[in-house]
Design a protein around this ligand. Structure first.
Ligand SMILES: Cc1ncc(COP(=O)(O)O)c(C=O)c1O
Length: 394
């Protein structure tokens, strides 16, 4: 229903294309629903802002935490007036200066990802005279976080640092993970939590867990129950009755469904028996995890300027970059697409706005709009000129 309202609004009033539209009603409804599912296991929800930092002001009234992963992300929080208590400042690379900035913000929690980071944190705390709570990040087998032994060593050393409080363990498993992989991870994490609780007895120790819950993107994916992943995870955690709280850190699962990307058909042609629609956007604005060179079809709506007459035929939807890779959809069935028509791509609220290859060819960065039933469509960012970033002083 909301999607129909947005499509109707684009049709009636128009938008600057290419653009992203983030439906803040969908976003806040979804967050409330995820939180109500988590009530059975007492978990709090934390938004990994890397998925889409534009959403912070729309989310702030409904979410209890943010995972903030770089100095730039921290400055976005500052600009949005975010209460530091809600922030977990993480990141595999943090300089002492970055940590000092976080301490003086002050953020509620800082993660430690290596023994070196632990040294930097102690130095930054001494230099600023500020304390903090820390989460020790356990590695899931990549460059992020630390081995179990290092976690245990730092937990021990923490006892001698009165201004630094041990808050718990941080663990990020991966992204777009289907199924119940947490059934293998959580027992291992729970064992570590138990060991730490026994040794140091911290009653309010938290397991900050990023399960990387998957979202549907393509034809053939199941869009039926958009809350199945969180329901299963919450039921599993509840069944274990852990003596510590497991907080859930999510990006994609919170943000994907609220986003639409609107691009305009600016040329139509045929070549070697293939029909092409060229659009004013492209892959420099659109990232669907697992799309695999446009082999899979995302959900796309066609808003035609005129009648959508004629037979449905398949089109290659190509963007405005100078590369064969700029293929948004291979073989999208459309009815008589014409120059000026719009294509609206769904499920674009997570990672497109932050992960896309914006600077290739120095084309403008898309406009960004918020939509809500109460406020309608409003611009939250004008298009940005990429050429200014790509031009040196000469
Ligand atoms: C530490 C951390 N937490 C949470 C997330 C969010 O992951 P997802 O968007 O799959 O929920 C990420 C993503 O890279 C991450 O690095």
């Amino acid at each position: 229903m909301k999607r129909e309202a947005i499509l109707g609004m684009i049709e009636r009033y128009g938008v600057q294309t290419p653009c992203y539209i983030f439906d803040t009603d969908e976003l806040t409804d979804r967050v409330r629903r995820i939180q109500s599912e988590l009530a059975v296991c007492g978990s709090k929800l934390c938004f990994a802002i890397k998925a889409n930092p534009f959403l912070i002001p729309a989310l702030d009234a409904v979410i209890s935490g943010y995972e903030v992963c770089s100095p730039g992300e921290l400055e976005i929080c500052r600009a949005d007036g975010i209460d530091g208590e809600k922030i977990i400042f993480s990141g595999v690379v943090k300089s002492e200066a970055n940590i000092r900035t976080a301490l003086t913000y002050p953020v509620g929690t800082i993660t430690v990802e290596s023994y070196h980071q632990w040294q930097l944190l102690k130095a930054a705390a001494a230099a600023t005279g500020r304390g903090t709570k820390v989460f020790l990040r356990l590695s899931s087998g990549a460059q992020f976080g630390m081995e179990r032994e290092t976690v245990l060593q730092i937990a021990e050393e923490l006892q001698a640092e009165p201004q630094i409080t041990f808050g718990g363990i941080h663990f990020f498993a991966g992204t777009q993970r289907k199924g119940c992989k947490y059934e293998k991870e959580l027992p291992v994490l729970a064992e570590l939590m138990e060991e730490l609780r026994e040794k140091y007895g911290t009653e309010d120790m938290i397991l900050e867990y990023g399960p990387g819950l998957a979202v549907p993107y393509f034809e053939g994916d199941s869009f039926e129950n958009p809350f199945e992943g969180i329901q299963n995870l919450a039921a599993y955690i509840a069944s274990k009755q852990y003596p510590f709280r497991v907080n859930i850190e999510l990006g994609r699962y919170i943000a994907a469904s609220c986003g639409h990307y609107v691009t305009q058909i600016v040329d139509c042609k045929s070549a070697e028996e293939r029909r092409y629609c060229l659009v004013d956007g492209g892959i420099h604005h659109v990232v669907y995890y697992g799309q695999n060179m446009a082999m899979r079809k995302p959900i796309v709506h066609h808003i035609a300027a005129g009648e959508q007459d004629g037979e449905e035929q398949e089109y290659m939807i190509c963007g405005s970059l100078c590369t064969f890779a700029d293929l948004l959809v291979r073989g999208l069935p459309l009815r008589n697409p014409r120059i000026g028509d719009l294509l609206v791509f769904d499920q674009i609220g997570a990672y497109s706005v932050t992960e896309a290859a914006y600077l290739f060819l120095s084309r403008n960065l898309p406009a960004v709009y918020f939509y809500s039933e109460a406020k309608g469509l409003r611009s939250v960012r004008e298009p940005l000129e990429a050429w200014k970033i790509n031009a040196g002083k000469g």
